[in-house]
Design a protein around this ligand. Sequence first.
Ligand code: ATP
Ligand code: ATP
Ligand code: CA
Length: 220
Amino acid sequence: MPERKQFVVIGLGRFGGSVCKELVNQGHEVLAMDTDEEKVNIYANIATHAVVANSTDESALKSLGIRNFDNVVVAIGDNIQASILTTLVLKEMGVKNVLVKAKNDYHHKVLEKIGADQIVHPEMDMGRRVAQQMSDEKVIDFIELSDEYSIVELIATAKIEGKTLIDLDIRAKYGVTILAIKKGDDINISPQPDYEICFGDLLIVIGHNKDIRRFEDIAM
Ligand code: ATP
Ligand code: ATP
Ligand code: CA
């Protein structure tokens, strides 16, 4: 169980609402805030505290003790001006980690300049993810470790059925490592070199994107 932390989520649209629910699920305390009373009423039963407040109002943030929170999520979407002003006030108050949802590149640039600690583009990121997953039917899931390295979950094809890691000489030939192999609900962490791959196994592979692609194209 991760350490119990305290968060503020400002803006309870689909993105902020989902962040709020998941933080609560993960066992954290969440103060949810929105100018819209209806939204706040919905989140009163979900968040630890839910308040109707305008985050551009510095005195309102002060009286709520927002400066005592280390982590604040600004999930105001359409009102870019309110998002920017809120971020500015939070950073001036000394909040350590401010994560902001950006709507476009201009918004992103301004947020960067005024000191937002993390800037996310959920619609753009999700769009890319969906496209990447749909464009390659062997890729079940992936985590980008950096621009160049990833962990990818690949479904074993009939072509490699019955072969071992030694037969395929995966690390030596492709420079990628199989971290684990999933078979239904079973997961085999750091499989032995003589493990025989079955059709439908999920191979969890770490490596350079170029090498993972080479492994996929040639071996599988
Ligand atoms: P999503 O796509 O996540 O559903 P959105 O990008 O469409 O949301 P909005 O609906 O514009 O975003 O904003 C999200 C929420 O932020 C709304 O519920 C809105 O009432 C709230 N909000 C907007 N401005 C403020 C503000 N100054 N203070 C607090 N809440 C605000
Ligand atoms: P290495 O020096 O590459 O670690 P090794 O000489 O110690 O390998 P083994 O561990 O017996 O030899 O494995 C033989 C070969 O099988 C390795 O060189 C590698 O290509 C492949 N292999 C074994 N385990 C894995 C793994 N988890 N992921 C990818 N390839 C593996
Ligand atoms: Ca939206």
